[in-house]
Write a new protein. Structure first.
Length: 321
């Protein structure tokens, strides 16, 4: 038997293995992308009313006495659709864009971290390894999140902006929808205007998702019975783990989120660190946590729903495709 005859089958086998691995990676990436998209939609519709309250309290803290006051005044003034669910369309776009890219990038980063640590499968990664993958994945999702989050925040606080401008004797523009507002920003500021607050978004997202995925995976490990995989803990425990991950994310990132909301809604041109210092000096450290209560109340069911949707969508798609 010649070397050529041996090399031929080996070469063919390597090509088949490489092709199968590539196909498997594409399939896994597509499933992660789809699962993240559906999870993003579910998260918005569960949590949008309290997200609106959060944005209003962050950007105009002196207007409201607290969460309940803000909720009721918004409901009375603008109703459910135009008030509590203001900015829902860009919020859905933002969360679908963010979570589809986030979970697709997270899956890829998990593979990279597993390779770096010499781990055979991403299922064997520790919660710290998953946290590092989340940290890296958040950079990519920030690029898709920033423009849509900008539109969402502006729509949510549009009435408060009008009141502030009227009090200052400035003329106010008629209220507009998400597409008109997007065109308006592009016309006046160009594409760069849609990325107002990008640095503060990245500063918020990367450390936030370290704790988000780290907290989620650590809780799944703690809730798994002896000898049980964390993927098989059931939907109730999956929701608990998602709620823990979401709560950890917001407690860690909230000051950065306040800064981001101020920059985007009030169209500030100062660096994020300058805005942070100004808020702390002029309004006190507590202002950096204004709106945290509705955020935590919102994030428990919303993030629980997000992870439940993502995990069970992935299981369904892996089983049937």
């Amino acid at each position: 038997m010649t070397m050529e005859s041996i090399a031929g089958p080996i070469s063919t086998e390597v090509q088949v293995l490489t092709k199968n691995r590539t196909t498997g990676n594409i399939k896994a990436g597509a499933i992660d992308f789809m699962a993240g998209s559906l999870g993003g939609v579910a998260l918005v519709y569960v949590g949008q009313p309290l997200d609106t309250v959060k944005v209003k309290m962050q950007t105009f803290p002196s207007m409201y006495k607290g969460m309940v006051n803000c909720f009721l005044r918004t409901l009375r003034a603008d109703g459910i659709a135009r008030g509590l669910y203001a900015g829902t369309i860009p919020a859905v776009v933002a969360n679908v864009a963010e979570n589809s890219v986030l979970f697709a990038a997270y899956g890829g980063c998990q593979k990279g971290i597993a390779h770096l640590y010499g781990v055979q499968s991403v299922k064997d990664l520790s919660f710290f390894g998953n946290a590092c993958a989340g940290f890296l994945a958040a950079f990519f999702s920030s690029l898709t999140l920033c423009p849509t989050e900008l539109i969402k925040c502006k729509l949510q606080a549009m009435r408060e902006v009008e009141q502030t401008q009227t009090a200052a004797g400035k003329s106010t523009r008629p209220r507009v929808g998400p597409w008109h507002l997007t065109r308006q920003i592009l016309r006046e500021q160009g594409v760069r205007g849609l990325f107002t607050g990008l640095s503060s978004t990245i500063a918020r997202e990367m450390p936030g998702y370290f704790f988000f995925f780290g907290g989620y995976e650590a809780t799944r490990e703690l809730l798994a019975a002896k000898g049980q995989s964390r993927d098989d803990i059931g939907w109730q425990k999956t929701m608990v783990a998602g709620a823990v991950g979401g709560a950890m994310l917001w407690v860690v990132i909230f000051p950065a989120d306040v800064v981001k909301s101020r920059i985007q809604v009030q169209n500030l041109k100062m660096p994020a660190l300058t805005v942070f210092k100004d808020i702390a000096r002029q309004e006190g450290i507590s202002a950096l946590y204004n709106g945290l209560t509705p955020t935590l109340i919102r994030t428990i069911p919303a993030t629980a729903t997000l992870f439940l949707t993502v995990e069970y969508t992935k299981k369904f798609m892996y089983n049937y495709f």
